[in-house]
Design a protein around this ligand. Structure first.
Ligand code: FUL
Length: 489
């Protein structure tokens, strides 16, 4: 079955229509469903974070807000070179810290003088956000922005007028740099800072101060295709740690709870719960795994030898994308305004493993038979390489299996299963078996599938056929893909 708008509408309407169409109707959607923008986001899987600001020049992680713009002066900033490096690393997009907590704006904003326009870089005519957005578009990468709600520079912070300033900054970012795929709102909020010279501690009420619903409405208005990220969404949630690791089970549905119980808000959500999500949660709110290629988020000379290896990045990929979440890898530009050679080497290594591993799907062309098939949702849809076509069983059939007879016995150590998530997160658990010496041998089992469930085997298995078992599901399953790959270093 192909997930056409018509099929979805028919499914939602309880398969009303002519008898012939009824017979071919897909299953009714289950639970909370992803939006169109979330479905597009799910397809990205791997994208980059660029942490870059005055911190790069002061060797700090959090600037106080009193940094002079005169210190921002990258000697060889080259947006195209940065984007090239990210592309070689398999990144499908990038998100730039347009403003971090220190308040320095990387684009020539009309809202404050604390920006690149006051720096010596490019004689005050530079625009980091603009150059990166154009380089990304040229290279076919999607573009996103991080705008820190906490601003330690402005005298207005913690007063009502700052919220208006923040919205004006956001509006500039939403309207000047082309289509955005994601807008990032950090949860770190309030504390001491420069605040226009006051040099004091300021706290805000995380639930009410920013007026998030109104702020997010601005993003919707100007960038309807952009996913909004914060600890609690509304489109993408934080995974609850900065190590890049999703829960072994990580539901795309989620009902975040505040640290002390009750309502959650950006900066106040139980991290453990974000890490696993909520089975049958009321919102489709998938997790994003943010992690830096280095110990810190910003570039520091002393961390040049502590860059994660391609192998470590691959392991993070399996623990993020392989658990239905996304992998947001931070690669911070250095003082030249370039990615450091060590970071580039890891990126290239990682990108090459990804590309080579997933280039050949040994399940392609397999002959598939299933214990049950819904008319129009044949099991052959599992191996056609398309996320839109899927295998589903008839209503009421909640346990089922599909056997893939491979075109020829193949060695693989990566098994990837995807649900047809446009119809919701349906399945509770699955198992995968390989035919070994005349018997089925289980090689993987998991709770939760969603956008992707990847089993990385310790060593390659050679088998003439494999079996996918849906072991528990509250409704008939709808599985989009089963892929078999051999990791190639
Ligand atoms: C955190 C910030 O405080 C860090 O500096 C970094 O930007 C990270 C991605 O989010 O909350």
């Amino acid at each position: 079955m192909k997930l056409t708008r018509r099929a979805l509408m028919m499914a939602a309407a309880g398969a009303a229509g002519t008898p012939r169409l009824m017979a071919a109707a897909g299953p009714a959607p289950y639970g909370a469903l992803p939006s169109k923008r979330q479905l597009a986001w799910h397809e990205m899987e791997v994208y980059a974070f660029l942490h870059f600001t005055t911190n790069t020049f002061t060797d700090k992680e959090w600037g106080f807000g009193d940094e002079s713009p005169s210190i921002f002066n990258p000697t060889a900033f080259d947006a195209a070179a940065i984007v090239d490096g990210l592309k070689a690393g398999g990144m499908k997009g990038l998100i730039i810290t347009a403003k971090h907590h220190d308040g320095f704006c990387l684009w020539p904003t009309r809202t404050t003088r604390h920006s690149v326009a006051a720096s010596p870089w490019r004689g005050g005519k530079g625009d980091v956000v603009g150059e990166l957005s154009r380089a990304a578009a040229k290279a076919g990468l999607k573009f996103g922005v991080y705008l820190s709600p906490w601003d330690r520079n402005t005298a207005l912070y913690a007063k009502p007028a700052y919220v208006d300033l923040y919205r004006r900054q956001l509006t500039e970012l939403m309207t000047r740099f082309g289509p955005l795929f994601e807008v990032w709102h950090d949860g770190a909020n309030g504390g001491d800072g420069f605040y226009g010279g006051a040099r004091e501690k300021r706290t805000i009420d995380k639930k009410t101060y920013y007026g998030w619903p109104e702020t997010w409405a601005l993003v919707r208005k100007h960038q309807p295709g952009a996913c909004i990220f914060s600890d609690v969404g509304p489109d993408v949630r934080w995974v609850g740690n900065e190590r890049g690791i999703a829960g072994e089970t990580c539901w795309a549905t989620s009902d975040p709870v505040g640290e002390a119980g009750g309502d959650a808000s950006p900066g106040d959500a139980k991290a453990k719960l974000l890490n696993v999500g909520t089975r049958n949660g009321s919102r489709w709110l998938p997790a994003e795994c943010d992690v830096s290629i280095r110990p810190g988020w910003f570039w520091h000379e002393k961390e040049n030898e502590r860059v994660k290896t391609a192998r470590q990045l691959m392991d993070l990929y399996y623990r993020s994308v392989g658990r239905g979440a996304s992998f947001l890898l931070n690669v911070p530009p250095d003082r030249r305004g370039l990615l450091h050679e060590n970071d580039l080497a890891s990126l290239r290594g990682f990108g090459s493993i990804l590309a080579k591993t997933f280039a050949a799907d040994m399940a392609a062309g397999a002959k598939v038979t299933a214990s049950d098939e819904r008319p129009g949702c044949a099991a052959a849809g599992l191996v056609d390489g398309k996320r839109e076509t899927y295998w589903a069983t008839q209503d009421g059939v909640k346990q089922a299996e599909a056997v893939l007879e491979l075109a020829r016995p193949a060695a693989f150590d990566v098994v990837r299963v995807r649900e047809a998530i446009a119809l919701g997160q349906r399945v509770d658990s699955i198992a995968v078996d390989a035919w070994q010496d005349g018997n089925w041998k289980q090689i993987g089992a998991a709770t939760g599938v969603g956008a992707a469930r990847i089993f990385k085997l310790d060593s390659p298995v050679t088998a003439p056929k494999i079996r996918l078992r849906v072991t528990e599901s509250p409704v008939c399953p709808a599985i989009a893909e089963v892929g078999l790959f051999l990791e190639k270093a």
